[in-house]
Design a protein around this ligand. Structure first.
Ligand SMILES: Cc1ncc(COP(=O)(O)O)c(C=O)c1O
Length: 422
């Protein structure tokens, strides 16, 4: 592989994510992106099956977003959000409230998914404190879950699969239990809540698919059960839609498929169409009202420096324009149908445990991956960018991916997996 000069000189100074720096394969130098394509420094072009960690829902370099960001850059890239405000942030808040529907109508901006979840947790804890209840300091979260890498969020990830088991004993303690998929698991959860419900502030879950914890799907009925249990015990229900939000599961938000509403929802990833970092924690009026007071100590004490960044809000507004003007949900449905058919041949391979599809998410679960780096290399050699983790190879392409590109992407995955046990 050709290594450009800037990489040879910069690489000794960079610390990469989720990587043993001594042994990790060097990252691929990307010089340009467009549509569903990544162009490498050596001239190769890869079809992107990941959409940059599920962010680039409109594909790369959509001209409408580019134009909106350029115009905002000329007018005002950023001003502090403490004591100042601006049109892109308030327009975006109003539009998000409109899209999320009645009740979910107070938007708090941050700049990453993890921090959006931290803010949701702070909101839930203080919701109770502001009402004089001091004993509700824990959350109910689920095995298989992933909510981020910060200290607050590590504590609500799956304690074994969530990449953070090293920190055991150093994190806040929460109740991490099985999702109530079966009647037995539901009964166990009901019993747990009868005993421990009064010490909980809320229930935190990724609706319909637990992403980074293993691409594990669950039925909308699970979410209805959680809503009923939250109501019975007076708990706040928090949906982390950082992965699922903006069409990924086939509806704009995953919770729509369950016909119920959370009390708080977190959004990021596809919010700006994958262009700029931005996240939002959106609270219901019930949550917000617990902070509405003459007592200054009842205020939410949080305020990231780049909160409500005007460039990011302009990008997000442009991204929402595209959800209104282009058929993203129909595209997600078409991708879903194609993934189900295109990945089906993997099911016959003796080392494949499961093939599952939800919206524009296609997952091949293997019984193990011995050499993940080698598998990734073989996929790159086949012309696609796919990043296997744990035991899964998954596809979450841009919702705008062309039919022939999606077909090539799936063919590459099937061929590479078929060659030999990975
Ligand atoms: C469901 C969910 N929550 C939270 C996060 C954390 O977001 P970030 O990486 O932007 O901090 C992620 C990231 O993958 C996620 O999938």
């Amino acid at each position: 592989m050709h290594t450009p000069d800037w990489m040879a000189r910069g690489q000794p100074h960079i610390w990469l994510p989720y990587a043993q720096m001594k042994t990790a394969t060097p990252p691929l130098p990307v010089v340009r992106s467009h549509g569903s394509r990544l162009e490498l420094a050596d001239g190769r072009s890869l079809i992107d099956g990941v959409a940059s960690w599920w962010t680039a829902c409109h594909g790369y370099n959509h001209p409408h977003i580019a134009q909106a960001v350029r115009a905002q850059l000329d007018a005002m890239p950023h001003v502090m959000f403490g004591g100042l405000t601006h049109e892109p942030a308030l327009n975006l808040a109003r539009r998000l409230a409109g899209m999320l529907g009645p009740g979910l109508d107070r938007v708090f901006y941050t700049d990453s998914g993890s921090v959006a979840v931290e803010v949701a947790m702070k909101m839930a804890l203080q919701f109770w404190l502001n009402q004089g209840e001091r004993g509700r300091s824990r959350f109910l979260a689920f095995r298989g879950g992933y909510h981020g890498d910060t200290f607050g969020t590590m504590a609500v990830c799956d304690p074994d699969e969530g990449m953070h088991s090293l920190y055991r004993g150093m994190l806040a303690e929460h109740d991490i239990v099985d999702l109530p998929r079966t009647e037995g698991e539901l009964a166990a959860l009901e019993a747990h809540l009868e005993i421990h419900g009064a010490r909980l502030a809320g229930i935190l879950v990724e609706p319909l698919v637990q992403g980074a914890g293993g691409m594990l799907l669950h039925d909308p009925e699970v979410l209805r059960r959680l809503r009923r249990l939250a109501d019975r015990h007076g708990l706040l229900l928090i949906f982390d839609e950082i992965f699922t939000g903006f069409g990924r599961t086939g509806t704009l938000f995953a919770f729509e498929q369950a016909g119920i509403r959370p009390d708080i929802v977190t959004l990021s990833k596809a919010l700006t169409g994958g262009t700029l970092p931005l996240a939002a924690t959106v609270a219901s009026s019930r949550v917000f009202e617990a902070f509405w007071s003459d007592d200054p100590s009842h205020a939410l004490m949080h305020g990231p420096t780049f909160m409500g960044n005007a460039l990011a809000c302009a990008a997000a507004n442009a991204s929402l324009d595209l959800f209104e003007s282009e058929p993203r949900l129909a595209q997600a449905q078409a991708i879903s149908t194609a993934l189900a058919a295109g990945l089906e041949p993997c099911r016959e391979l003796p080392w494949v445990r499961d093939v599952r599809v939800l919206g524009a998410i296609g997952v091949v679960e293997l019984d193990g991956i011995t050499d993940r780096e080698a598998l990734k290399r073989r996929l790159v050699d086949a012309g696609v960018w796919v990043r296997p983790f744990g035991n899964v190879v998954y596809l979450t392409p841009a919702l705008t991916i062309a039919e022939d590109e999606l077909a090539s992407l799936m063919r590459a995955v099937v061929d590479v997996l078929r060659q030999r046990r990975p």
